[in-house]
Design a protein around this ligand. Structure first.
Ligand code: ADP
Ligand code: MG
Length: 707
C-alpha cells in the first residue's frame, strides 16, 4: 500500500508527480482510496428530446455537430488566425438523434475546442437550462462515451485540466485502478475485526474496494459505500472517544467539593429563576469540578440563552474552593460588557473581580497583577491580554472562554498552561454558534458537551422581513416610528476582507445617508467599525448602550454578545452577503427586552439562488440549531462559520457529515460500546482497530487543547 505510484504500468515519474500535485496521491494506497464521485450508467442516459430545463442534473450521450467560438461582444470569431485569449465563449451543438442542444463553455475553451471535434460522441453531464427559448447546458462534464452494457456503472474520478493534458484521462484512471486492485486485493488486510463485520452487517474490505471502483450493480455499490462510510466515521469516533477516555482517566483536575458561600449568596439574590436548562448545565459542570478529573466542557447555547449566568456560578464554585477563575472574551467591548454584568451578579458575594484588556493602564495593571498573586482577585475578566506571560495567578482553577472560535489553538494552550503546580485548570468553552449535532460529535468528539436548549422566559420572537431597495424609505419610516416609541436600532454593513476599502466606503456612505435621514438634533447616530481606535469604538458603543444614540451603524463588530435590551430593530444591509449563522447571531442582538422586535434583511439586486435560500430560511425560522443544520447541508461542513479555525480533525474521504448523520450516530454509539468493554483496545479481537488508530492521521492532534 505504501508503494509509490510511479512504478505502476503507464505512470512513471512525470505522471506520478502530476497525480501528487493535482490530487495529492503519492502511494498505491492513496490511489485505491480515491473513489469515483459519480457513476455513469447507460440506463440513466436521457434522450435530448426528453430533457426538461427543470430537471436537476442529466446525462446525455450525443455527437458533436458544430463548434463555434465567440469574442467579447458575442461576435463570432473566424476559425482562421484564432487567438484563444480573445475567446469568451465556446458553443458546441450536439445531437443524439432525438434532438439537439447547445453546450456552453466560458472557461477551458482551448481544451474543449480540441476535444469536441465534430463527429465525435461524448457523454455530457450537467444541469439543463433554457436560454433564448433553447435548451443548453453550461459547463457540463464531458466524458468519453461509455460502451459498457446498460446497467453497468462506470466510475468517474476527480480530475483537472492539467491531469488530462498530462495524459491522465478518465479512461486512464479506470485502467490504473483496475491494475492497482489486481495488484493489492489478494494480500489486502481487513481493517475491521470479524465480529464487527458480522454485528453491523458490513461487507469485507476487498469486496467494498472492488465494488466502489467497479460496481456490478447499484446494490453492490450501496453495500460498498455503506461499509466504507461506516468504517471512516467509526474509526474517527473510536479515536476521539478513546482519547476522551484516556484523558478523563489521566488528566488530574483540581477537586472542588464545596459549593461555597459565594455561590449561594449569588444564587439567592438572583432577580429571576434559572431555566431548567441552566440548572441542568450547572449541575453537569459542578459534577465535573468535584470529580478530581480535569473538566473539558463545551457549552452551546443560542444567543440570549443565559450563558453568562452559568459562567458566573461556575466561577463562584471555583472561588468557593479557594481557586481563581478567568473569563476570556474575544473583543474589548465584550470583555467590558461581561465585566459590568458579572460585577452586578457578584455584589451580594463580596468576591473581587477585575478587568484586564489592552487598554488597561500601567498602574491599574500593576494593581491587578498584585491582586492575582495574593489571591484577593477571585475572577479576572479580559481579552487575550490575560494570557500574557506577565499575568500570573495564585491558583487558577477554572478558565472560561467565550466564543472560542475567535481564539487560535495556541492562545488557548497558553491559557491552559496557567494552571497551578502543573495541573491544567478546568476548562469551560462557551459558544453561541450552534453547531449541528453531527459536526459537534466530530469537532468536539472528545469534549463533554452541554447544551442550553431553552430560552429564558420573556424573550420575544423577532419578526423577520426580507425586502429590496424599493423599501428603503419605508424602512427609514419604520425606524422613526420605533424611535418615537423610545426604541433603538442597529444597522449593520457587511465587511468582507478581500475588498476592505470598498466595504468601508459602503459603510461610510451608508452612515452619511442615515445621518441625512435622521438629522440632529432630533436623532443621534453612532458609528462603530474596526478601523477606529479602541477609545473611539468604546465611546460610540457606550453612547448606544447607554441610550444616548438612537441608531448604531456598524460592521459586524457587534455580532457577538453585545446586549442592548432596548434595541428593537436590526437592519442588515446586503444581507445576501452574510452567512446563515452570522445572520442569526446578528438577529439575536434584538428581542431581548422590547415588546416586539424586528429584523429587516435588506437585499441587493443581484442575489444568487443560494443566497435567496439563506434569506428565506432566516424568515422561516428562529431556531439556531435548525439554521445550523441547513447551513451545513447547503455549504458542507468544512465551510461552516465558526469552525474554519479548528477545522475537522481529519478530512473525510467518502462520508459526509451533512448527509451521513445517521451512519455517524450509529458509528459513534457502536464505538462507545466497544470502548466500554475494552477501553484501551487490548483484546486480541480488537488488534486491527488498535493498529488503525496508531496511524498518523489519528495521532496528530491533542484534542484536550483544541477546544
Ligand atoms: P448569552 O450570553 O447566552 O447570549 P446572556 O447570558 O447574555 O445570554 O443572557 C441574556 C439575557 O437574559 C440577559 O439579560 C440575562 O440577564 C437574561 N437571563 C439570563 N438567564 C435568565 C433567566 N433564567 N430568566 C430570565 N432572564 C435571564
Ligand atoms: Mg454572552
Amino acid at each position: 500500500m505504501g508503494t509509490g505510484i510511479q512504478y505502476l504500468p503507464g505512470v512513471g515519474p512525470k505522471r506520478a508527480e502530476l497525480l501528487q500535485a493535482e490530487l495529492g496521491i503519492a502511494t498505491v494506497g492513496d490511489l485505491v482510496h480515491l473513489y469515483p464521485f459519480r457513476y455513469i450508467d447507460r440506463s440513466s442516459i436521457v434522450p435530448i428530446a426528453d430533457v426538461q430545463p427543470d430537471l436537476a442534473q442529466v446525462q446525455v450521450r450525443a455527437t458533436v455537430q458544430k463548434v463555434r467560438l465567440f469574442g467579447k461582444n458575442g461576435v463570432e470569431l473566424p476559425p482562421e488566425k484564432l487567438k484563444y485569449n480573445a475567446v469568451s465563449r465556446l458553443s458546441a451543438w450536439v445531437s443524439d438523434g432525438s434532438g439537439e442542444m447547445e453546450m456552453v463553455f466560458f472557461k477551458g475553451v482551448k481544451w474543449m475546442h480540441e476535444k469536441l471535434r465534430p463527429g465525435n460522441t461524448f457523454i455530457f453531464f450537467g444541469k439543463p437550462s433554457v436560454f433564448n427559448g433553447k435548451l443548453n447546458m453550461v459547463h457540463p462534464e464531458v466524458d468519453a462515451p461509455d460502451n459498457s452494457p446498460a446497467g453497468v456503472l462506470t466510475g468517474v474520478y476527480p480530475s483537472t485540466e492539467r491531469l488530462k493534458n498530462g495524459g491522465i484521462t478518465g479512461r486512464m484512471m479506470t485502467k490504473l485502478m483496475a491494475t492497482v486492485l489486481e495488484h493489492i486485493l489478494p494480500t489486502l488486510q481487513e481493517t475491521l475485526p470479524d465480529y464487527i463485520l458480522k454485528e453491523k452487517g458490513l461487507v469485507p474490505l476487498t469486496f467494498a474496494l472492488r465494488q466502489i471502483h467497479f460496481p456490478v450493480d447499484q446494490t453492490a455499490l450501496g453495500k460498498a459505500s455503506y461499509r466504507l462510510k461506516f468504517e471512516e466515521l467509526f474509526l474517527l469516533q473510536l479515536s476521539l472517544l478513546k482519547q476522551k477516555y484516556v484523558r478523563s482517566r489521566s488528566a488530574v483536575g483540581f477537586r472542588m467539593p464545596a459549593v461555597g458561600d459565594a455561590f449561594n449568596a449569588c444564587y439567592n439574590a438572583l432577580p429571576y429563576q434559572l431555566t431548567g436548562a441552566q440548572k441542568r448545565v450547572i449541575r453537569e459542570i459542578r459534577e465535573d469540578m468535584r470529580s478530581g478529573h480535569q473538566m473539558n466542557r463545551l457549552l452551546q447555547g443560542d444567543v440570549g440563552s443565559g450563558k453568562t449566568m452559568v459562567a458566573v456560578l461556575s466561577a463562584l464554585i471555583a472561588v468557593g474552593n479557594g481557586y481563581q477563575t478567568c473569563i476570556m472574551a474575544p473583543t474589548e467591548v465584550l470583555a467590558q460588557q461581561h465585566y459590568t454584568n458579572v460585577c452586578k451578579y457578584l455584589k451580594p458575594t463580596g468576591v473581587r473581580c477585575a478587568l484586564l484588556t489592552g487598554s488597561t493602564g500601567a498602574a491599574a495593571r500593576r494593581e491587578i497583577h498584585a491582586g492575582l498573586q495574593d489571591g484577593s482577585i477571585g475572577i479576572l475578566i479580559g481579552t487575550h491580554a490575560l494570557i500574557e506571560d506577565t499575568v500570573q495567578f495564585r491558583a487558577l482553577g477554572l478558565a472560561i472562554v467565550d466564543e472560542q472560535h475567535r481564539f487560535g489553538v495556541e492562545q488557548r494552550a497558553r491559557l491552559w498552561n496557567k494552571g497551578w503546580q502543573g495541573v491544567f485548570p478546568h476548562v469551560l468553552v462557551m459558544t453561541a454558534t450552534p453547531i449541528p449535532r453531527t459536526l459537534a460529535m466530530t469537532l468536539y468528539g472528545d469534549l463533554d458537551v452541554s447544551v442550553i436548549d431553552e430560552m429564558p422566559p420573556g424573550r420575544k420572537p423577532v419578526q423577520t422581513l426580507c425586502v429590496g431597495e424599493s423599501k428603503r424609505h419605508a424602512m427609514h419610516n419604520f425606524i422613526r416610528d420605533e424611535i418615537a416609541k423610545g426604541r433603538q436600532a442597529f444597522i449593520v454593513y457587511p465587511l468582507i476582507f478581500e475588498s476592505e476599502k470598498l466595504d468601508y466606503k459602503n459603510l461610510e456612505l451608508g452612515y452619511e445617508e442615515i445621518v441625512k435621514a435622521f438629522p440632529l438634533p432630533q436623532y443621534k447616530v453612532a458609528i462603530v467599525h474596526g478601523q477606529q481606535s479602541a477609545q473611539e469604538k468604546a465611546f460610540n458603543m457606550d453612547a448606544f448602550v447607554a441610550g444616548r444614540a438612537n441608531i448604531l451603524v456598524s460592521t459586524t463588530v457587534i455580532e457577538v454578545g453585545v446586549d442592548v435590551p432596548n434595541a428593537s430593530v436590526m437592519v442588515i444591509e446586503s444581507a445576501e452577503r452574510f452567512g446563515l449563522s452570522q445572520l442569526h447571531q446578528l438577529r439575536g442582538r434584538v428581542g431581548r427586552g422590547a415588546e416586539r422586535s424586528y429584523c429587516i434583511l435588506m437585499k441587493g439586486t443581484k442575489v444568487s439562488k443560494e443566497s435567496q435560500k439563506r434569506l428565506d430560511l432566516m424568515v422561516a425560522t428562529e431556531n439556531g440549531f435548525e439554521l445550523a443544520e441547513e447551513d451545513m447541508k447547503m455549504r458542507g461542513p468544512g465551510d461552516l462559520e465558526g469552525t474554519q479555525q479548528s477545522g475537522l480533525p481529519i478530512s473525510l474521504n467518502i462520508a459526509s457529515l451533512a448527509k451521513d448523520g445517521l451512519i455517524l450516530a450509529d458509528a459513534r454509539a457502536y464505538a462507545q460500546i466497544i470502548l466500554d468493554q475494552d477501553p484501551t483496545l487490548e483484546k486480541p479481537a480488537n488488534a486491527p482497530l488498535a493498529a488503525e488508530l496508531r496511524k498518523d492521521k489519528y495521532l496528530s492532534k491533542d484534542y484536550s487543547q483544541i477546544s
